[in-house]
Write a protein that binds this ligand. Structure first.
Ligand code: ACM
Ligand code: ZN
Length: 717
């Protein structure tokens, strides 16, 4: 810090991490505790937590005269910050090019500069100094300046994040000094539009919340069995055929990104210092491509009985014995490489079943030549990517020089790979698969993952190969409008551990989360439950009045707009299990949500209500009309608060029927109480909620009524 600034602001250290004496350390703890005690909210509550923070005295207040200054390299970032600040504050906040020296000292300015010390701050670090009369962000790179602005946003009252004018709020930030840089260069999120298409707008929205949390890699799983999502001019059937599912009766779902869509996504990401990593899955998970071009599978023809992508009778692997497969992939990679500036192309590599390779004469002949077909295939793909200037990344089977995405449950294969010299990104099943139910991967589970644990025994060299972390939001169970409630609050844990807090402290983190969810609410981001960790807003009273309430948004319920709900999904791992979960609660007994399983006795299917409500009766109906696919043994439970589940009925003949008292229900779920056969299929037809003789079931005609289980009473009963 410059001496004159120190004198001006009288800084005191708070929870500094690095280069710190033991006495100061305990002093800081004491300050921290005294600040949190007495029901006050820590004034600074930033996620991810900055590496070093010193509090000063006083506040900087935004006013009509405040302006921003930028330098070459920070213009776009400064403009973004200014337009964001203008929306909720209504202040003019002009942005000026910082001209000559001397301007730097000007009062009433927010200065976004590139004058930072590159040796100290690195590629993404920044220094943020808030003085009573001005704010200065210094970085050595555009990314660092951008992250300084993201931190500054979080110092204002949460209402700043509202997209509409907020009146009566004092737009001020505390005087302080932050020096901050990430521990890991890779802080990613995987989105899976292949399983359920995500609109371009949906992707842009995710990029916004990623950037706000200093996440810098968007991994797009663009192809799989259920759909091919990127326009390839050379192979138009990929999207004409492979992007659409025809559900019959004129209903078609799906979609894809045009080349223009991809350009917009990539540009939006680049403005936020996010690299978009495209994934073209090979050799497996390629069903949609093979439905469009069946000549590339081992049979040379399509055999599916399904009218849309998903080809269960042909497997979803390309035929490695067919040279045309590599011509095809070469053509695809050429266009993908042109569309995505990322130096990295993810090529999949996981879960190749290889069953049909063993029955295919071409594959058998190739195997005699090359030995391990999968490894050989991956090497071919790696060479094709290299030809387009791309380094490959994969879930498995990738050669040295590639980046390994570790998705085993606890990360051991990742650390082993790092020790053997592979670069690794940790996407572990237990800690980073946010598609899993929050009860399986809790906020704490997500937070507790240490990318570099002592127990892994990593040398300094091996540690440098652990590039960072990436959350997966596999899409089977997550329609677009549930992405955020599924991702949050766990993304906050990802952000914090990826940015790299040195001394993780979950309780202290949770304190910041409680403030932070109000920022998310102001953005319109729905935060899902924190399972076991009630996340209630914790705001200073002055900010509280300015905030919209924390709510779950309504999805659709055709019958009663007051019974809004969201679905948190089923913990079921990979597979086709998540087809159409909305049908489990759409008021329609003819539609259902079909799943594999439940496999284990802890599996459950949960509906979270947007606000607590009381009901006279709740019914859960499973099984097809002919009686197949019922839940064999299980219970219907309701929760009156986080984790407080109470059994209200047992399933009999696939139906659970509970009369309720006036307790206020927060969530309800069905839970299997036995281990089901591994291939058991479960149809969840409907949850029916009753109150004062009205139900969430749509009106039934007398004929329809004949077809439904006897357990459904007539309305008004
Ligand atoms: C994966 O979950 N199959 C990468
Ligand atoms: Zn073959």
């Amino acid at each position: 810090m410059k001496p004159e600034l120190a004198a001006a602001a009288n800084f005191r250290p708070l929870r500094r991490v690095a280069s710190f004496g033991i006495v100061q350390f305990f002093l800081c703890l004491a300050i921290g505790i005294s600040r949190v005690a007495g029901d006050t909210v820590p004034e600074v509550s930033v996620i991810p937590k900055p590496s070093r923070l010193e509090m000063g005295q006083g506040r900087f207040v935004l006013g009509r005269n405040t302006f921003l200054t930028v330098v070459p390299g920070t213009e776009a970032t400064g403009q973004q910050l200014a337009s964001l600040l203008r929306r909720s504050t209504g202040l003019p906040l002009p942005v000026r090019r910082s001209p000559a020296a001397g301007e730097a000292g000007r009062a009433d300015s927010i200065q976004v500069t590139l004058s930072g010390d590159s040796a100290a701050l690195g590629e993404e670090g920044y220094q943020l100094e808030v003085l009573p009369d001005r704010v200065v962000i210094r970085a050595a790179s555009g990314a660092g300046a951008f992250y300084g602005c993201m931190t500054l946003r979080q110092l204002f009252p949460p209402a700043l994040e509202s997209s509409v004018l907020q009146l009566g709020v004092e737009w001020s930030v505390p005087v302080l000094r932050i020096e901050d840089k990430p521990r890991f260069p890779w802080r990613g999120v995987l989105l899976d539009p292949a399983r359920q298409f995500i609109s371009k707008q949906g992707i842009l929205r995710c990029l916004d919340w990623m950037a706000y949390h200093k996440l810098n890699r968007l991994h797009l799983h663009l192809t799989d069995v259920d759909g091919w999502r990127v326009e390839i001019r050379k192979y138009p059937k990929l999207t004409r055929v492979g992007a659409w599912a025809d559900l019959g009766e004129g209903v078609r779902i799906g979609g894809f990104y045009t080349r223009q869509d991809i350009r917009e996504i990539v540009a939006h990401a680049a403005q936020r210092f996010i690299t978009v990593i495209p994934e073209i899955e090979t050799p497996s998970h390629s069903g949609a491509a093979l439905v469009a071009y069946p000549e590339l599978n081992c049979f040379g023809t399509r055999r599916s009985i399904a009218p849309f992508p998903i080809d269960p009778l042909c497997g979803s692997e390309f035929c490695p014995g067919n040279e045309r497969v590599f011509e095809f992939l070469d053509g695809v990679f050429a266009e993908v490489a042109e569309l995505f500036p990322s130096p990295i192309l993810h090529v999949g590599g996981d879960e190749a079943e290889m069953r049909y390779w063993g029955e295919c004469p071409k594959c058998q002949a190739k195997q005699k030549q090359v030995g391990n077909l999968h490894a050989w295939f991956m090497q071919r793909v790696t060479d094709l990517a290299a030809k387009r200037g791309k380094r490959v990344m994969g879930w498995g089977g990738v050669a040295k020089g590639a980046i390994y995405t570790c998705w085993d449950n606890e990360g051991s294969s990742g650390w082993a790979a790092a020790k053997s010299g592979w670069d690794v990104v940790m996407s572990t099943g237990n800690h980073h698969y946010f598609n899993y139910n929050i009860e399986r991967t809790t906020l704490k589970t997500a937070y507790d993952f240490d990318p570099l644990p002592h127990s892994a025994g990593l040398t300094p060299e091996a540690r440098s190969h652990v590039l960072g972390v990436e959350a997966c939001l596999w899409g089977e169970m997550i329609p677009e409008d549930h992405i955020e409630s599924q991702a949050f609050p766990r993304v906050l844990a990802l952000s914090e551990r990826g940015w790299g807090v040195e001394k993780p402290d979950f309780e202290e983190f949770l304190g910041r989360v409680k403030t932070h969810v109000n920022r998310l609410a102001a953005m319109g981001i729905v935060t899902g439950p924190g399972f076991g960790h009630p996340i209630q807003p914790a705001l200073p009273a002055r900010a509280q009045d300015a905030m919209p309430p924390l709510i779950y948004p309504s999805c659709f319920n055709r019958n009663d707009e007051d019974w809004r709900w969201t679905l948190t999904g089923i913990d079921r791992g990979q597979g086709y299990d998540a087809l159409y979960p909305l049908h489990a609660f759409d008021g329609d007994l003819d539609t259902y949500h079909m799943t594999w399983g439940p496999r284990r006795d802890v599996d459950s299917f949960t509906i979270v209500l947007s606000s607590p409500a009381s009901f006279d009766r709740i019914q859960a109906i499973t099984g097809m009309p002919n009686g197949d696919h019922r839940l064999r043994q299980g219970v219907l439970e309701v929760s009156t608060g986080y984790g407080r589940w109470q059994e209200v009925a047992r399933f009999k003949n696939g139906v659970a029927d509970a009369a309720l008292d006036d307790r206020r229900v927060v969530a309800l779920r069905i839970r299997s109480t036995i281990n089901q056969p591994p291939n058991a299929v479960l149809a969840i037809r409907e949850f029916v909620l009753w109150k004062n003789g009205k139900s969430t079931l749509r009106e039934l005609s007398p004929v329809e009524r004949l077809r439904i289980p006897a357990v459904i009473p007539a309305a008004g009963r």
